[in-house]
Design a protein around this ligand. Sequence first.
Ligand code: PEP
Length: 251
Amino acid sequence: MRTRFIVGNWKMNKTASEGGAFVHRLSQELTHHAGIQIGLTPPFTALHAVREALGPASAFLLGAQNLYWEDKGAFTGEVSGTMLKDIGCQFVLVGHSERRQYFGDQDGWTNKKVLAALRHGLQPILCVGETLQDRESGQTDLVIQRQLRAGLSGIESQTLSTVTIAYEPVWAIGTGRAASPEQAVPVHRLIRKTLNELGGADIGNHVRILYGGSVTPHNIADFLASEEIDGALVGGACLDPVSFATLAKVA
Ligand code: PEP
C-alpha cells in the first residue's frame, strides 16, 4: 500500500512571517488527515519559521524546493542537504520544471541532487514532465524515460523504492490547463514500468507517483480516482490555507 502524499509547493511566495501565519491557519482548517501525508515546500528563507510554527510533533512534512549536491564550500547562493536536514526538512524537490527551464538544471544535475538528498536522509521528489512541443511531436515517452533514467542513475533497488516521482507536464503547470486523468495515467504507468526496468521486478509498485499541474480542490478527486496516482504536487492552489486544506480533505 502506498500512502497518499499531497505536497504544496509555495515556489517564490511568502515571507517567513507569512509562512508562520499560513501554518497556524492550515492547522486550524485541517485538524485531521489520517491516512495521507501532507508536505509543504516553503522558500529557503521561510523554512525556519515554518518549522517553528509546525512544532516538533507536527504530522505535516517540511520540504525544500531545491538543494545543491555539495555539502559545503565556495558555492555562493546555494544550499546543501546538510543545511536542509539541520533546519528540519524531511524531503526535497529535485528537477522541478521551473528549475530546468529558468535555472539550467540538467539531467546530470538532477542525478547529483537526488544522490545528495538520499545521502542526507532527505526523501527526494524527482519531477519529470514533457513540454507541449514534446507532447505534440510524440516525444512524451522518450522525454520521461530520459529524465527518469538520468535522474535515478546509480541508485540501488532498495533505495529506489524510497524515492517519490512527480509527473508534471510542463504545459499544465500554472496554466489552469490540467492534464486529464486519461492523459496522466498512461504516463504514470510508463514511469512504473521504467522504474521496474531500473530497479528490478516490483520496484515500481512501491514508488509513489504524484501528478502535478493545475491541481485544484475541484479536480483532485478525478486524479485520485485512478490507483496509478498517489497524490499531487500543488502550486497555485496551495497558497491559500483554506483552499489547500479543502484539497487535502478531498484527498
Ligand atoms: C507546481 O508548482 O509544481 C505546480 C504544479 O503548479 P500549479 O499547481 O500552479 O500548476
